[in-house]
Design a protein around this ligand. Structure first.
Ligand code: GLA
Length: 391
């Protein structure tokens, strides 16, 4: 975890005054339930023990000044005139400020300093962590009455409309509601969730392939359109459905041969993945880690063959992990086209697993993977109250 004392120090050096508050919002890794959130379906993520921190202090005018310590860059904008910047990171902050303003919240300016240990662009939701951390900072500084759901939706809206990525709501929801040592079974239609304890004997091992997700944004948006097209096609037989979430595997099987490709395969992934999430959460709740791991493996196969968001080197990482001692299951996690895999591994096997996986990946691809053992952590929170705003 980043040192909040050091963050406070840096804020003080920069602004010549101490911060009023430090907020942290975590990155995430999804155990199972990929590409289901924007189909009104089910997901099962955990918030990880890597987070974005914002140290902040309110201003009396309407300017927002932001220092991004990791990027060695700064931003300055007025709450009254929020425009898109050509530096991507700035749009997450500006977008959240605009979303809050558009939702009718009254904001004052602020001085902020941001630091993060969520790897950027690796598929661990550094963007959602930033959006939620900034949104919550504005909430605290302006004493806004905002529910966790509203915060997540505002952050997602900022990413959809201001940053221009059509992401679902999973990443923002888990950044808000994450619970230490638990995964959350989230229903992305009504945003209700249920926390399922993680078995202490098992480690969550995340492996960053360091394959840059170049295709991710365009292919992601394309998958979304294909799902919408599949719903429209299926409405011929099932006029009551609103999303792939409403289609059962039997209903799909009855008509899948009448759906053109790739809609047939895309729908098959989403419909079967929703079932796997529900079965997986129930298995984990019952302590049946083996079944959960098997469902993770099936999820990967479905993402590779039906949803077509994997890559050969990611498949290699996953099959290697699946073959190692103590591994219950492994799959790609997040949007795909590079990024990270997730494996559930018996704790006593973790060191050997890390070593063998890194070595096999390096000899097969020449790349060096970064492997993290993650602890499930809490969602967004105020880490410290340091001084009252008027001090
Ligand atoms: C990205 C998006 C999420 C979700 C996943 C795929 O992380 O931000 O909303 O759709 O991809 O499950």
């Amino acid at each position: 975890m980043l040192d909040t004392g050091e963050l406070r120090e840096r804020f003080q050096q920069h602004y010549r005054i101490h911060p009023y508050v430090i907020v942290r919002a975590p990155g995430r890794v999804n155990l199972i339930g990929e590409h289901t959130d924007y189909n009104d379906g089910f997901v099962f993520p955990v918030a990880i023990d890597r987070a974005t921190f914002v140290a902040a202090r309110p201003r009396t005018d309407r300017m927002v000044r932001v220092v991004a310590t990791d990027l060695n860059d700064e931003d300055l904008f007025s709450i009254d005139q929020i425009e898109r910047s050509n530096r991507a990171w700035r749009n997450y902050i500006r977008g959240v400020a605009l979303a809050l303003r558009n939702a009718g919240h009254t904001l004052l300016g602020a001085d902020m300093l941001i630091a993060s240990d969520v790897p950027r662009g690796a598929g661990l939701s550094s963007s959602a962590a930033l959006e939620v951390a900034v949104g919550y900072t504005f909430q605290v500084l302006n004493q806004l009455n905002i529910t966790g759901e509203e915060l997540a939706l505002l952050a997602q809206g900022a990413e959809n409309t201001f940053v221009g990525v059509q992401c679902g709501v999973m990443d923002q929801l888990i950044a808000v509601f994450g619970r230490a040592d638990h995964a959350l079974l989230i229903d992305c239609r009504d945003l209700t969730y249920c926390a399922v304890p993680l078995p202490p004997s098992v480690a969550i091992v995340v492996c960053d392939s360091h394959i840059t997700r170049t295709l991710a944004a365009s292919a992601y948006n394309q998958r979304r359109q294909e799902c919408d097209a599949a719903v429209r096609a299926l409405q011929q037989w099932y006029p009551g459905i609103r999303a792939l979430r409403d289609v059962s595997e039997d209903q799909l099987a009855a008509h899948q041969h009448e759906l053109p490709e790739p809609l047939r395969s895309r729908a098959r992934h989403v419909v079967s993945e929703n079932r796997r999430v529900l079965q997986g959460a129930a298995a984990l709740e019952a302590g049946d880690i083996a079944t959960f791991g098997q469902l993770m493996n099936e999820s990967h196969a479905s993402l590779r063959d039906d949803y077509q968001v994997s890559l050969p080197d990611i498949d290699h990482l996953v099959t290697t992990a699946q073959s190692l001692a103590g591994c219950y299951g492994s799959r790609l996690t997040g949007a795909g086209f590079g990024g990270c895999t997730i494996s559930l591994v018996e704790r006593s096997n973790v060191e050997a697993f890390r070593h063998d996986l890194a070595q096999a990946y390096h000899s097969a691809t020449g790349r060096t993977a970064t492997i993290y053992v993650c602890r499930a952590s809490d969602g967004v929170e105020r880490v410290t109250d340091i001084a009252r705003p008027q001090e």
